[in-house]
Design a protein around this ligand. Sequence first.
Ligand code: SF4
Length: 340
Amino acid sequence: MNLAQVEPLLPYHFPKPKIAISDCLLGTECRYNGGHAQYDFVRYKLAEFVEFKRFCPEAAVIGTPRETVRLVDINGQVRVIGPKSGSDYTEGLQDYTDKKMRFFHKQAIDGAVVKSRSPSCGLDRIKVYRPNGEWFGSKDPVDMGLFTKNLRQQFPLIAIEEEGRLQDAWLRENFMLHIFAAARWREFALSQPSVAQLQAFHRDHKYLLLSKNEALYRQMGPLVAQANAVNFDAVLTEYAALFLAAVATATTRGKMINVVEHMYAYFKDRLGEGEKAFYQQTLAEFKLGIVPLISLMKVLEQWIHHFGSEYLATQVILNPYPAKLALRSSINAYRDFKSK
Ligand code: SF4
């Protein structure tokens, strides 16, 4: 079968998330030594479904090849210094960063993939050296890279991941759920929706939102219910904030089981004993990490096609991103704990 045919039977539309990305991850030879840090998943798989917005602060400001740089604490301020020449590149890098942030705001990016262990792009645990070049392990601070720190501050609710963390099936699943939901909202908000369309959008995201953040979902229902032509702009603004905060929350195996059980309840009374037993066995195997989420979802989809359910048929949770990404086929894509 042609892979292009592997899409849901129902007419789902997948938006194209706009993703800021460290250019070296796409194979561009912009690293300090003239090399790249290509990450095949983003270059060959994700590239088919998203629109990349590339950046490389160091190549743009210092050039390639270049001396390595590091974060250094100088009088309480974190600076980006080339230890070999003693040059301070902070101002130039900040100017480049400011320009890119303005561009990203105009583009309304939905997420970012950044290079780990970089004083410009790293998301986590980048060493901050003392002025004399020493770093004493846990006694000294760590920070985000300069560019990514600005990105996080200016886009607090978008999904940002390092390429290394995206190798973890659970973090990757959460990242994909997040960027496709954010992009879906972006497209929807730009389409000048009506009150009825907002109600439909909210209905179709019910189980996705429940799998993310039930408390926020419970706030969104009354908000949508009181929307009318007069207050619609204010409702949309408030709904956007709640929706984007909800989809930024990590999903867990427990939350997903709760959602699957809710959907199962639609069919329970129409199933034979054998079908119920098969469902319970599959659910138990998902709980134990023996089978992946896709096994349960396919059981539910089969019943939607067999018994029919307009309400469930359009639920985004069934197909939150293109099937070819195949993330739900991993038994490691769901965990029980909440840290992300
Ligand atoms: S890590 Fe960032 S600054 Fe370094 S080469 Fe890659 S994109 Fe450029």
